[in-house]
Design a protein around this ligand. Structure first.
Ligand code: 9MR
Length: 377
């Protein structure tokens, strides 16, 4: 595979990554087959979605809303042609990064705005992609009218029911998996009884209602608990395991558990990810990796070192391998595919380079690690 342009014309970041790809012992098969980082290849055998085994969904967040609104670029999904092209070619699953969150889709009490979410679902259908809906009950990115409103308990319950029925109902049959409840536990495995408006005002049983309402609105969608920091067996994932067991015993329509997997090379890879997913699978649940990225402390140059990229590729590969190894882990999503639009530098000072492609869509070792792992699967 030749680069689309001569290496010397590529930006420094891309050249550095190309050099790293050459020398990765971990990725030796790929590195020799693809000695450089090409800008973008249209070859079918270079596509993650083509390499994925039948029935396995490899996805990405679709950039827009959230932190993007404060950046000096227009909406990525609607304006960046190259971005859209890669989005359609590489992935067979997409997750709206922000466009289905409350603040985006329900900006006023009596008004929904489906434009951005509709555009993504339409795009997905045209490109034969499934969609992961994100999210229905969360403590963050709620509109001010909701968080600062003065509602009675009955009103709040009606507001949530209306939201879930309306949003899930609108896309019924078109969403493969919904993150119904997002991040309801804190790091110690305690319910977020203060931050989460629903649990605070209505008690923990509202979570059960959310699943029931979502199931009524779309009986086909797989309904998930989704969180970060639950990659390993720990207090938080234990809390989910106990909750899910309890809900299943009550006949609540819970179908899945997913680990976001916002990882950092500052910390070791969560080596028990597979074991953790398995114990949820043993309950009969689908599992998924939903928001993988691997951030790193950037050197002063802003360009990651070869060793950093190698370590990052290793984390991506191990996360994918863990999912592939578990029956019922059929959905693996990265939280954006290019550093151009990553949330990481906006939220973590000095950290970045968390995705599998550079800002100019050069493929990092992590991209090749995913591709070769899918091909082997
Ligand atoms: O990537 C999202 C970013 O654009 C938003 O500004 C941010 C606000 O909280 O949310 C980011 O996505 C989050 C996701 O919805 C839930 N898990 C953590 C993700 C990263 O913060």
């Amino acid at each position: 595979m030749r680069p689309a342009r001569p290496i010397r014309s590529l930006r420094f970041t891309t050249v550095a990554l190309a050099t790293a790809a050459l020398t990765l012992p971990l990725l030796s098969g790929v590195a020799t087959a693809e000695p450089s980082v090409e800008r973008h290849s249209n070859a079918k055998h270079d596509r993650l979605r083509v390499a994925a085994p039948d029935g396995f969904f490899v996805g990405t967040a679709v950039a827009g809303g959230g932190h993007h609104l404060e950046q000096d670029y227009p909406d990525p999904f609607t304006h960046d042609k190259k971005y859209r092209k890669i989005l359609g070619q590489q992935f067979n699953s997409v997750s709206p990064e922000n466009q289905m969150k409350w603040e985006a889709i329900h900006p006023e009490r009596d008004r929904y705005d489906f434009a951005a979410a509709d555009a993504i679902v339409d795009f997905a259908e045209r490109h034969r992609q499934v969609v992961r809906g994100h999210t229905l009950l969360w403590h963050s990115q709620n509109p001010a009218w909701l968080e600062q409103g003065d509602f009675s308990k009955d009103e709040l319950r009606a507001i949530l029911r209306d939201h879930i029925t309306t949003v899930v109902g609108r896309y019924a049959g078109r969403i493969q998996q919904w993150d119904v409840a997002n991040e309801i536990f804190d790091g110690e495995g305690k319910l977020r009884t203060q931050e989460n408006i629903w649990i605070r005002e209505l008690g923990p049983d509202i979570v059960t209602d959310a699943f029931r309402w979502a199931h009524e609105a779309d009986p086909e969608a797989q309904l998930f608990f989704n969180d970060y920091g639950v990659e390993s067996v720990n207090a938080k994932s234990d809390a989910y395991l106990a909750l899910v067991k309890d809900l299943l015993a009550q006949g609540v329509p819970v179908h899945g558990f997913s680990a976001q997997a916002h990882l950092s090379t500052r910390y070791g890879f969560p080596g028990d990810l597979e074991q953790n997913l398995r114990r949820f699978g043993a309950l009969g649940l689908e599992t998924a990796v939903t928001e993988l990225d691997v951030r790193m402390d950037l050197p002063e140059s802003g360009v990651p070192t070869r060793a950093q990229l190698t370590q990052q590729a290793d984390y991506y590969q191990r996360a994918l391998s863990a999912c592939l190894a578990v029956d019922g882990c059929n959905s693996f999503t990265i939280w954006g595919f290019t550093d151009k639009y990553s949330w990481v530098p906006v939220f973590f000072e000095g950290e970045g380079s968390a995705t599998v492609m550079t800002e100019d869509f050069g493929r990092k070792p992590a991209f090749h690690a995913l591709l070769s792992t899918l091909k082997r699967a």
